[in-house]
Design a protein around this ligand. Sequence first.
Ligand SMILES: [Zn+2]
Ligand SMILES: [Zn+2]
Length: 784
Amino acid sequence: MDGGRVLGAPAAVLDGRSRGSVLLRRVLAGTPAGESPLTHAELVPAREGVTQGWPDWVPEDVRAPFLARGIARPWSHQAAAADRAHVGEHVVVATGTASGKSLAYQLPVLTRLNADPRATALYLSPTKALGADQLRTVAELRVDGVRAASYDGDTPLPERDWVRQHANWVFTNPDMLHRGILPRHGRWTTFLRRLRYVVIDECHTYRGLFGSHVALLMRRLRRVCARYGAHPTFVLASATVSEPAVSASVLTGLDVAEVTDDGSPRGARAVALWEPPLLEEVTGENGAPVRRSAGAETARMLADLVVEGARSLAFVRSRRGAELTALGARRVLAEIDEELASQVAAYRAGYLPEERRALEQALLSGSLRGVATTNALELGVDIAGLDAVVVAGFPGTRASFWQQAGRAGRSGDDALVVLVARDDPLDTYLVHHPEAMLGAPLERCVLDPTNPYVLAPHLACAASEIPLTREDVASLGGDAALAVVDDLVAEGLLRRRRGGWFWSHPTDRPHAGVDIRGSGGEQVVLVESDTGRMLGTVDPGTAPATVHPGAVHLHQGESYVVDSLDLDDGLAHLHAEDPEWTTQARTVIDITVIETERCAPHGDLQVCLGSVEVSEQVVGYLRKLPSGRVLDSTPLDMPERSLRTRAVWYTLTEDALLRAGLEPSRWPGALHAAEHAAIGLLPLVATCDRWDIGGVSTALHPDTGRPTVFVHDGHPGGAGFADRGHEALREWLTATRAAIADCECPSGCPSCVQSPKCGNGNDPLDKAGAVVVLDVVLTRLAEG
Ligand SMILES: [Zn+2]
Ligand SMILES: [Zn+2]
């Protein structure tokens, strides 16, 4: 939870008289007889706000507009972070949703710009929508001497000159900094020389590969600033994560202090964890039981909440899911009252400010009571103080979950928050382990700026911005960077001269070829066959498995079927179609250990970390119905793809498995099931998606000579996920074991050991055997 908590027995919550308790009773009353989906409920009590006086360095000019907007005094965390930034300390403020993190950077920046007409500041946000909202807020404050303006891909060319020459607070994003500002830093000399603050908003979104790119971008920015004699102070805002200062320091390359004591007030919330029951008649892949879908369960809850007059928001994973959920709720309500049905809508459209404002208004006025939406609403929409939020499926990170939950009860009223588990091991674990949701966060925002595949393009960009000295190379990436620079010289991209390394092609800058949101390599472009319209791109590494001919591909919530894939040209043709089945690629995977960096023996267990080469070939695909039933299997002839990346792995001796009672015939299924669940649970300790990682398990691996389970990063060079898994191995595998054991299915299902991306059609899998394997591993870890 963002802050303190009080444990309450479900009874105390269920019998309570608060709004949240009443709504929870209502939702429970709608549950079919004989079902008990509620796994936990607790009342998170209201918290009084803790204010502090205005710091005495904040002048009247800056204070007055805040006072006029009803902000009498800052919350304690705002003042604490602002104080540090004011004296030039780099600081990250990591507090709950809607705790007013903006004020923490607005105070020092506005004060500085107000006092010093020559000072400048830079604001970076991961999305344009958020940046636009923040800019509007600052502009409305009308502080004397502050000229704030946006500079992004949408800024008209004539305006760009004005911004460069006159604005003293520029709002932009990492993409524009990379492509538009740093390569032309000569035109920004005045602005950069006077740069006093860099604000990085929502910095927890810079994780994984994208985070690694942004980390190098920040080092490039600092180097160019230093060239002009500027050493700006970094102020970062983050959602609640584990050790925010550690991540912020990796992101910026600076020593960053953290402020995490949230002084903002919060209404009471009843938090309920919900696991839909296993269905009796329906079976899925390999005869496994399946649960009622989180979407169906959520639709029913949304209807109940609307009947109760509660203004409610349901977060659903896909756009189509959001529409189905709204439709399902309307159908239930129509049987009661058509008028009620009209109060439910799906929020589908993108980020047009007018649409967002209209939705906010409708919810505020009560003309809409129930809205089903995707994560589109997560950032940059000002909807707060709702009576209930239902989250259908854990959104991947705790930060996202609380961001969504934070829409409820913000204005001091109490409210209901429900997490409905999807068929997924992480969801299973969370609804059975409330402390993981409500206790101190375990998940660390992970990134790895030493990845040579990320370093190389940024070193090239940096050299073309200003020739690199040896000190530059060291500060951009240490020893790893020196090796990469040698490679770039060998490739003819850099030239070594006295005084450093120079970019070899002065007329042709490398920036445009570097996609900081991509994963390296040419992206595969998705084109709609009939219209020729470009839909987007997919990663070349995952293309064979996700956009092979015949694949059903979801793109921004819309369903398409792939007609053809040409990997040489990087082109896939698709047409809009929404068949009743989904597809799952079948692959043959091989993994080779390239270098073992660490290997710790724990008796007959070994835990290792290092670099590996994964070769993967898609050999066909299955068509599956939503129930999991397989319609047929189609062979495919796709090229083999190889991936050099990082992995964490453990091995056990054959003896250890035999002594634990596992016959050799069960080893493949046991290790495979343990591998699947481990991949599903890694996001508990690292902010990653299960699609960012992969795994291989085998009863006898040629490199280790033993039964082995590998979990590897999914991108070339890795993004820190395997390293984080290695570091937090015990917490990670303890949770993995619990997720498997907690699932009440008899022999494995999607909620525990089956994986939606398994290349082997989830066969063989031995659920009980996986628990035995993990017990041996955890016992050895505890002993050692
Ligand atoms: Zn299960
Ligand atoms: Zn598998």
